[in-house]
Design a protein around this ligand. Structure first.
Ligand SMILES: Cc1cc2nc3c(=O)[nH]c(=O)nc-3n(C[C@H](O)[C@H](O)[C@H](O)COP(=O)(O)OP(=O)(O)OC[C@H]3O[C@@H](n4cnc5c(N)ncnc54)[C@H](O)[C@@H]3O)c2cc1C
Length: 466
């Protein structure tokens, strides 16, 4: 089958007819903010405030009827709708669209017997994990409590537990959506196989999700925490990380970090203005076994912090302790086929204690396990054969910093060049990236066919349009 060219309907519409926006404001009184209205400049931005989004309106929806009204009006007038609950995935691709704030859609029910959670489009991971804690059931959450479950899952979702249980999107049982005709529909693998497949990792280009139902897993204890050393220890710590991950059981997940914490008063004194190497971990099993698995790291000298122990589900976000307040960021991420000591040495030369680079975080996540066993039918990501990912973050708060951060990303790319696969997971794409580096040509073609069938007029635009 041939690739379909969808560019005309996806073009931005900066000059939306004033009458269309007036109609929208009349349909949803008090919920539509337009350029020039008080608060506009904050409302138009996402969590990543350095991304200069210029929608034509920001609409706060409170229920399914609001979503239907907004989508129907937009479709009638040729406007494009972009849901954005939180804005971790902010991008200028949303310029010219009607930005739909879905954060108020807070439905949350947990069916313990069926092991299914139903979560509204605005529910964040922290809320679901706290609700799950007394049930003994686990959902495939990532590092931060802050992203919405729907936004995270539509992009595939790389969880702490993906090595054992796969991508979060592969645990979806059903989506409730409003489609391009403004109709409310329930999607399952049986009812809409192609559309369901596309939404299990292909993003929000196909409808407004009202709620998602995800399968939960029984878990015993979760062991987790952070081990931290001065950045000067990066070489031995990264080598031990590589050795442990080389034959780790799927239940063990290790993420290594090189941190340069800014001298901000809100940071704890112990880390403020200092640089560290850290290994964060989770283990689905006993504390004794977890301790045995990471003993090689524990034997290294000069450890500053070791928080590894039993973690209540509600405290999972505390392991990586990522910031939750909106901030400016600049990011680079890529998958790595493998790691060897020579590559790690080059990385330490490029961004270790002796380098002067404006990178707040360089993170290496261990992948593998169930991620390698997925199939092309599970979702557009298919199997992820690469064993590791790298993610770098800089905070561009001063003139000249964006250029030096970009140059530091270049240093990381050069250091890792022998292991880079050229592929980046959907949820880790930078603000201006497209899907060219994420999915195979076959998966991209299938996504475009689904888009052409389900939304031929381009009513919806995701942060990473297919
Ligand atoms: C601190 C931090 C930690 C992170 N950790 C991880 C991690 O461990 N694993 C991982 O996989 N990712 C991670 N991410 C990336 C994150 O999952 C993605 O950026 C995700 O898109 C964020 O969800 P959000 O709710 O903030 O997204 P938003 O930016 O609000 O939305 C992202 C996109 O999702 C789609 N979307 C959202 N809601 C709807 C809806 N109701 N209907 C249709 N489409 C919708 C839209 O296309 C939208 O553009 C992390 C991000 C941050 C900032």
């Amino acid at each position: 089958m041939t690739d379909l060219d969808l560019s005309p309907p996806l073009a931005p519409q900066p000059d939306a007819p004033a009458s269309a926006l007036r109609e929208l404001a009349g349909l949803l009184p008090g919920r539509v903010l337009l350029p020039g209205n008080p608060g506009w400049d904050r409302a138009r931005l996402g969590w990543t405030v350095s991304v200069d989004q210029h929608p034509i309106a920001v609409v706060t929806v409170h229920d399914a009827e609001d979503v239907v009204a907004a989508v129907t009006c937009a479709a009638r007038h040729g406007l494009t709708v972009s849901p954005q609950p939180v804005g971790h995935g902010a991008t200028t691709a949303l310029t010219g669209t009607v930005l739909l704030r879905t954060g108020s859609l807070q439905e949350l029910t947990i069916d313990v017997e069926r092991r299914v959670a139903r979560v509204g489009a605005g529910v964040k991971w922290g809320t679901l994990l706290a609700a799950l804690e007394p049930t003994g059931l686990l959902a495939l959450a990532g590092s931060s409590p802050d992203p919405s479950i729907v936004g995270f899952t539509l992009g595939g979702g790389l969880s702490w537990f993906s090595r054992a249980l796969g991508m979060t999107a592969h645990s979806v049982v059903a989506f409730d959506i409003v489609d391009a005709e403004g109709t409310q529909r329930r999607l399952s693998p049986a009812s809409d196989p192609d559309l369901f497949w596309a939404m299990c990792g292909g993003g929000g280009d196909f409808g407004v999700v009202l709620a998602v139902e995800i399968m939960l897993d029984h878990v015993g204890p979760i062991v987790g925490g952070r081990m931290l050393w001065p950045l000067e220890m990066a070489r031995p710590v990264l080598r031990a990380f590589r050795q442990i991950t080389a034959d780790a059981p799927d239940e063990l997940t290790l993420w290594a970090h090189l941190f340069r914490f800014p001298p901000m008063p809100e940071l704890p004194e112990l880390i403020r203005g200092r640089a560290f190497v850290a290994v964060d971990m989770t283990f689905l099993g006993s504390e004794t076994e977890a301790n045995r698995l990471v003993s090689r790291l524990r034997q290294l000298p000069a450890q500053v912090i070791d928080t590894v122990g039993l973690v209540p589900l509600s405290q999972l976000g505390g392991i990586a302790a990522e910031p939750v307040d909106p901030m400016p960021t600049q990011e680079y991420s890529e998958l790595l086929r493998g790691l060897d000591d020579a590559t790690l040495d080059r990385l330490v030369d490029a961004v270790g204690a002796d380098a002067d680079v404006p990178l707040t975080v360089v993170q290496i996540r261990h992948l593998g396990g169930a991620l390698t066993r997925a199939t092309a039918e599970d979702g557009p990501h298919g199997a992820i054969a690469e064993e590791y990912s790298v993610f770098c973050l800089g905070v561009p708060v001063a003139p000249g910093l964006p250029e030096s951060i970009e140059a530091a990303f270049g240093e990381v790319r050069t250091a890792l060049s022998e292991q880079r696969s050229g592929r980046t997971l959907f949820n880790f794409l930078g603000a201006e990236s497209d899907l060219g580096s994420t999915f195979s040509a076959e998966a991209r073609a299938r996504l475009r066919r689904v888009k052409a069938t389900t939304d031929p007029a381009g009513v919806f635009r995701s942060n990473r349009p297919v």
